[in-house]
Ligand binder design. Sequence first.
Ligand SMILES: NC(=O)c1ccc[n+]([C@@H]2O[C@H](COP(=O)([O-])OP(=O)(O)OC[C@H]3O[C@@H](n4cnc5c(N)ncnc54)[C@H](O)[C@@H]3O)[C@@H](O)[C@H]2O)c1
Ligand SMILES: O=C(O)C[C@H](O)C(=O)O
Length: 322
Amino acid sequence: MNVLVVGGGGTIGSTVAYTLAVQRPETTVTLADPQTAVTTGHAIDLRHAQCHVATAAGRPSFGDDPPGTVTAIDPSASPGPDPIDAADAIVVTASAARDPDSFERGGRLSNLEQNLEIAADIGEWFGEADPTPTVVAANPTDRITYRLWEASGWPRERFLGYSLSETARIADELARRFDTSPAAVSCPVLGEHGEHMVPAFSRATVDGEPIDLSATEREAVLEYVRDVPYDVIERRGPEDSSRWVTSRGVATIVARLADGGTDEPVCLSTPLSGEYGLEGVSVSVPVRLDAGGVGEIVEWDLAPNERDGLERAAAAVRRSLA
Ligand SMILES: NC(=O)c1ccc[n+]([C@@H]2O[C@H](COP(=O)([O-])OP(=O)(O)OC[C@H]3O[C@@H](n4cnc5c(N)ncnc54)[C@H](O)[C@@H]3O)[C@@H](O)[C@H]2O)c1
Ligand SMILES: O=C(O)C[C@H](O)C(=O)O
C-alpha cells in the first residue's frame, strides 16, 4: 500500500504515518508538507522504526511482503500528479498554525478561512491526478472535506471526512456508566465533527442490548464528548491534541480501504446528494467502504430528534461554506 499524507510534518499526519509504518510495515508513506526539514527528519526516523518491525526482535515479520519506506516531498514546489497517482490512499491533515482560540471548545472553527484556502489549493493539486480515496482529518473536517471535493473535481465517493474519534470517546464514556468494556459498546455518531455532532442513541447497544438513557443522561454523555478533546489539549498542550485516538482511527480507515472496504457501515463525512434529505453539504453519515472510498451511503431509520440534529448539523456546515 502507498499512502500520501498531506500535512505529514504535523502532529496528526506524522502520527498517522508512524501508525501505518508499524502496523502495516509493507506500507510506503510519502509525507507532503512545506516544512521539508521536519518531514525529512520524520522520514528518516520512521524508516528506522520500520527496521525495528522488520527484525521484530530477531524474528522477520514481513511474510511475503517487502517492507515499505518513507519519503518527504514539498507540495509548494509544484510536484505535479505523480505523488498522487502513485498513492492508493491519501490522508489530509494540512492546516494553518493553530490559533489560541482553537484550544477551547468550538475551536475547530477558528482556522476556518485559512484552512479552506489550504484545502482549495490542495484540491486543485488533486485535480491534476487520477481520483484517489482521501481521508480528511484537517479541521473543520466537514467543511474541508466539501471544499476539497469541490476543488478537485473528483467523484464525491473518494472523500471521507474523519469523525470516528467521537465514536471512541462515547464508547469510553458509556462503558464507564455501564461498568463494562468499551469493546462491548456501540454508539455511532453522525452529523458535524464539532458542536453539532449527533450520537445515534436509538441505535446504541451495550453487550449487544439496546440502552435506555434519560434525556439528562444523554445530554451529559454528549457534553462529555464535546468537551473531552479540549480537556486533553488543556492537560498536555495543543502540540499533541488527541494524536493517538485520531491517528489510530485515520490509519484504521486507510487500512480498511487497502483491504477492500467494510461489511458494516462506519460514520464518516462525505458530500451528500439527497441522502437523508440533504445536499450541498458534507456531514458524517453511515457509509460502507470499498477500495475506492464510499461504496454505499446507508440510510438508517433514525429517531426524529436524531434526524432533526442531522439537519441542524448540515445547516451549520452549509452556513459557513456559503
Ligand atoms: N478530525 C479529527 O478528529 C481531528 C483530530 C485532531 C486534529 N484534527 C485537525 O487536524 C489538523 C492537523 O492537526 P495537527 O495537530 O497535526 O496540526 P499541525 O499544525 O501539527 O500540522 C499541520 C501541518 O500542515 C502543514 N501544512 C500547512 N499548509 C499545508 C499545505 N498547503 N500542504 C501540506 N501541508 C501543509 C503544516 O506545515 C503543518 O506541518 C488540524 O486542523 C486539527 O484541528 C482533527
Ligand atoms: O483539533 C481539535 O480541535 C480537536 C479534534 O478535532 C479532535 O476531535 O480531537
